[in-house]
Design a protein around this ligand. Structure first.
Ligand code: SF4
Length: 76
């Protein structure tokens, strides 16, 4: 059975959560008999997304409350 892992691809300071958060991607790793295959990317999430949803303010794309704002696309 293929293995899954969450990998950090970006780190940003989030003004809403007032801490550093990570944009993560879920990778489905290839089976051992297909070692040359790249991992499949299945989903993205913010490490602060669940906590963020408990705050009663509109946040961002990754919390599901504001699809027009993505803090991870902002320049460093
Ligand atoms: S989901 Fe959006 S607002 Fe919430 S912590 Fe992550 S980046 Fe910040």
């Amino acid at each position: 059975m293929a293995e899954k892992q969450w990998k950090t691809i970006k780190v940003r300071f989030c003004d809403h959560a007032e801490c550093e958060v990570e944009l993560e991607v879920e990778e489905l790793l290839p089976e051992e008999f297909l070692p040359d295959q790249p991992p499949r990317l299945r989903a993205h999430r913010c490490s602060g997304g669940l906590t963020c949803n408990q705050i009663e303010k509109i946040a961002c794309l990754w919390s599901g409350s504001n699809p027009l704002f993505d803090p991870f696309t902002e320049a460093d």
